[in-house]
Design a protein around this ligand. Structure first.
Ligand code: SF4
Length: 456
């Protein structure tokens, strides 16, 4: 049962004198199994809560509240009971390709529809127990993020190595019929679910719009740690270009019908193919930005918006700054920084870091490690006033890289001050000019990272 970890000031929970350690047993007579039950049960104006205090005392409280008012607490665990683990053995699973010593959260094979609803994780729906599809509908767990990969039942069974995975279209049809909104994704593996299979999947899914709101096509993420795993390869630049063209052709067909793009190719395809990303209209409401769809466009637009308002001089009279970036973002960063070329006293250097840890095929910033940063920049940055490190390379709210390198370890190893900045256009602009105090606080990236690497 859900246990309270923290009570937010001014919240309903504070008014009720709930405290950390309180265990919620029932709300309005309904047994509470997990946080989704709490959310559902709270959708009422008169609430009766039965709880157990840490000392074992049983309490019963009653309160009148606004219909949509939550308790205002943090919970001990993201779902309360055990997280549902996946029953698949996907040919492209990123977890299989993570070296053993990496951060634990990346090694968890969760496939839990509750985490999809609560935190936006992608799920395959292949491990649902009897009655759980109905529970999703009953508790109105909408929207959900669903990893489809292919609608061809036989192919999905092979790709997910799970005999139960061929049911996805029926599951989607059921959820759509009962008003559940879904964002879907395809992890594209060349010679598996590309070409005609990709067309088939798009053709099967778009009739479910608006229940199936979006479909993203993301490239398979392959590290060098694939010994004993399926033989898979990433897209060539020509194949990446074909994917972009294929998706654009669908876009042109669907836009007049649906008044939305519906299907989007991830930014990585544009980078691989050397193509410019489309304008923001193409991305509609950027529903799948956490999945690497529209990140570059957002970044460029942010730069365009922030630049006219940004100071046109340095905070100090001279500034030598280094910018750490990924191989895939290098060109975007260099192009964006050109508009600072006239700033008097500014000297900047861009350092794309090759991912030796996971292998050169992995080129996104979120998977760079302290080991690669320090080994590749040794002896090259000590002359700088500061080195900008995008926060997407760090664990949420902590100064720790994927391989447990701390920011202070990087500073010490490279003999330079490291400044963490948001991985946004504004972060780049203000960080380079030295106005880091004007930047917004860091955001949460954990779910983004897991989605961005095609973990599910
Ligand atoms: S990719 Fe996701 S669903 Fe597939 S095996 Fe890995 S953790 Fe499970």
């Amino acid at each position: 049962m859900p246990i309270i970890k923290e009570v937010k000031p001014g919240s309903l929970a504070e008014e009720l004198e709930l405290v950390p350690g309180d265990e919620i047993l029932k709300i309005n007579g309904i047994d509470i199994k997990d946080i989704v039950d709490v959310q559902f049960a709270l959708a009422d104006e008169l609430i009766n809560i039965e709880l157990r205090r840490q000392n074992g005392e049983l309490w019963e409280l009653e309160v009148e509240k606004d219909y949509d008012e939550g308790l205002g607490v943090e919970w001990e665990h993201p779902t309360v009971d055990k997280v549902h683990l996946c029953h698949n053995k996907c040919i492209f699973c990123f977890v299989d390709q993570i070296p053993g010593q990496m951060r634990k959260t990346l090694n968890v094979r969760d496939d839990d529809y509750r985490l999809s609803f609560l935190h936006g994780n992608f799920v395959t729906l292949t491990n649902l127990k009897e009655g759980e599809l109905e529970r999703i509908v009953r508790l109105k767990m909408s929207p959900l993020n669903i990893s489809v990969h292919t609608t061809n039942p036989q192919l999905r069974v092979r790709m997910l190595a799970n005999k139960k995975s061929g049911e996805i279209l029926n599951q989607i049809a059921y959820l759509a019929e009962h008003g559940i909104e879904m964002n879907t994704q395809i992890v594209l593996c060349p010679e598996w679910n590309d070409g005609d299979e990709l067309d088939r999947t798009i053709r099967d899914l778009y009739p479910f719009y608006p229940a199936v709101k979006t479909l993203s096509v993301v490239p398979v993420g392959l590290t060098k740690h694939r010994r004993g795993l399926h033989k898979l390869r990433g897209c060539t630049p020509e194949e990446a270009k074909r994917v972009v063209e294929q998706v654009h052709a669908w876009h042109e067909f669907l836009r007049p019908k649906l008044r939305t793009s519906f299907v989007h190719a991830a930014d990585e395809f544009y980078v691989m193919a050397g193509l410019t990303v489309p304008s923001s209209d193409y991305y509609d409401d950027f529903s799948q930005i956490e999945n690497g769809v529209g990140v570059i466009r957002t970044f460029l637009d942010e730069i365009d918006e922030a630049f006219p308002k940004a100071p046109k001089q340095l905070q100090t009279s001279r500034r030598k700054v280094g910018i750490i970036t990924s191989v895939s973002a290098e060109q975007t960063i260099r192009n964006s920084l050109r508009r600072l070329d006239d700033v008097h006293g500014l000297h900047y250097e861009v350092f794309p870091i090759v991912n030796h840890f996971y292998g050169n095929n992995v080129s996104v910033a979120g998977l760079l490690t302290g080991t690669d940063i320090t080994s590749q920049l040794a002896g090259k940055v000590a002359h700088l006033d500061t080195l900008l490190l995008p926060d997407i390379m760090l664990k949420d709210d902590e100064d720790i890289c994927l391989d447990d390198y701390r920011v202070e370890d990087i500073q010490k190893a490279l003999d330079v001050k490291v400044t963490v900045v948001p991985a946004t256009g504004m972060g780049l602009l203000y960080g380079t000019l030295g106005y880091t105090q004007s930047l917004p606080p860091r955001r949460r990236y954990e779910a983004t990272l897991k989605n961005a690497v095609g973990l599910d």
